[in-house]
Design a protein around this ligand. Sequence first.
Ligand SMILES: CC(C)(COP(=O)(O)OP(=O)(O)OC[C@H]1O[C@@H](n2cnc3c(N)ncnc32)[C@H](O)[C@@H]1OP(=O)(O)O)[C@@H](O)C(=O)NCCC(=O)NCCS
Length: 145
Amino acid sequence: MGIVTALMAEAFDPAYGEAWTAGQCLGILSLSGVWLTLASIDGAPAGFALARSTLDEAELLLLATTPQWRRRGVGGQLLRSVMRDAAARGACKLHLEVRAGNAAIGLYQREGFSKTGERRNYYRGHDGRAIDAHSFMRLLDNFER
Ligand SMILES: CC(C)(COP(=O)(O)OP(=O)(O)OC[C@H]1O[C@@H](n2cnc3c(N)ncnc32)[C@H](O)[C@@H]1OP(=O)(O)O)[C@@H](O)C(=O)NCCC(=O)NCCS
């Protein structure tokens, strides 16, 4: 769990209040259907993804790459690994929510996700400002189940 909280502290901008506490991570990992994927480069942690599957649907909960390894494909590899694992667990769709304006949206669109909706004022930054979330979804029909 230390690896995840260290990666999270490095990867998430505190301005947006998106990072989870160690307690929140431990709590979610104890739920059934939740799994963690770690990426490492030369033995050092480079990123992680946290996801959950329920029946035939799955959700990407968190995705992060350490700043020094960004834009070299780590996030894309983690995302594809989550898609494969979600399909293997029986999911037909992978959902996610992302802060409006997050550069990650470019990655999600590149990996075949389509916008399905918006949630007004879903996130709250440390300055109290409310930020919308955009919902995305990708069918997993080209992954083996
Ligand atoms: C989103 C994130 C996981 C992407 O990781 P990554 O290892 O850089 O991912 P990849 O290299 O596979 O793909 C990066 C793609 O994201 C988009 N992107 C990421 N940062 C960008 C930026 N600063 N400007 C424009 N596009 C950007 C682009 O589409 C980019 O593709 P490109 O490099 O071919 O142009 C990483 O930026 C991150 O950890 N961000 C902070 C945490 C976060 O917001 N997570 C998502 C919400 S949970």
